[in-house]
Design a protein around this ligand. Structure first.
Ligand SMILES: *[C@@H]1O[C@H](CO)[C@@H](O)[C@H](O)[C@H]1NC(C)=O
Length: 212
């Protein structure tokens, strides 16, 4: 019996010590991934350097296939954006998400409101492309921006889904909030994890014939 209580006491003392002294205690977050507007899983200790918990609800359309997914995990606080992000590559390829980042044990438990999905075109356009397995993408098509999407993005890097990991490049419309994404960041979306090597974000050009 003592063999199981000792490490526990030790762990408790260690946790109290790091809380009291304000050391970088390891954070624990709820970890899960699932379809639907929430998921629940076990509380897990975060890896070194991951100092935030995130809960993200995403609604996406991929080649016309619609899905809603929830993702909860540990991540780097500096890579974590709390709020709404919308990206559109084509009418059949888009993603909207709502996320909440926090920094206390288990703070990503529970659920958050799903993102609004306003598909009304706002008159802006961006070069668009989706290039799986590539590092660059020509952007020869045009995406029509919707809702609050006022910026054009060019993201490239690696995308991971389970054990599958591949290069990707994509361009399209996005909300200004997508500009918070920095090169080197590990960013979750509804169903994938992105490692970004390129994260360009610029205001969408004003359409011709629409003077200020
Ligand atoms: C949806 O987006 C359009 C275009 O930007 C905007 O005019 C409209 O107010 C938005 N609707 C809502 C409910 O936010």
């Amino acid at each position: 019996m003592s063999s199981s209580t000792r490490p526990r006491t030790f762990l408790l003392a260690f946790m109290m010590l790091c809380t009291l002294l304000g050391f970088g205690c390891p954070l624990s977050c709820e970890v899960c991934r699932g379809s639907g507007p929430t998921c629940s899983g076990k509380l897990k200790t975060c890896e070194d350097g991951k100092d935030a918990c995130v809960v993200l609800v995403g609604e996406s359309n991929t080649k016309g296939q619609h899905s809603v997914n929830t993702y909860k995990a540990c991540m780097k606080f500096s890579d974590c954006y709390s709020g709404f992000v919308s990206t559109t590559m084509s009418p059949k390829d888009y993603m909207v998400s709502n996320a909440h980042c926090c920094q206390s044990d288990g703070c990503n438990r529970g659920s958050i409101p799903p993102p609004q999905n306003n598909r009304t075109e706002n008159g802006l356009q961006c070069p668009a492309c989706i290039a799986p397995f590539r590092e660059t993408c020509p952007g020869t098509q045009a995406a029509r921006c919707v809702g609050r999407e006022t910026h054009c993005i060019y993201f490239a890097g690696n995308v991971q889904a389970g054990i599958f990991n591949a290069k990707f490049a994509t361009r399209g419309c996005a909300t200004e909030s997508a500009c918070h994404t920095k090169v080197g960041a590990e960013v979750p979306s509804a169903s994938y994890l992105y490692f970004l090597r390129r994260a360009d974000c610029l205001p969408a050009p004003q359409p011709p014939g629409r003077a200020e």
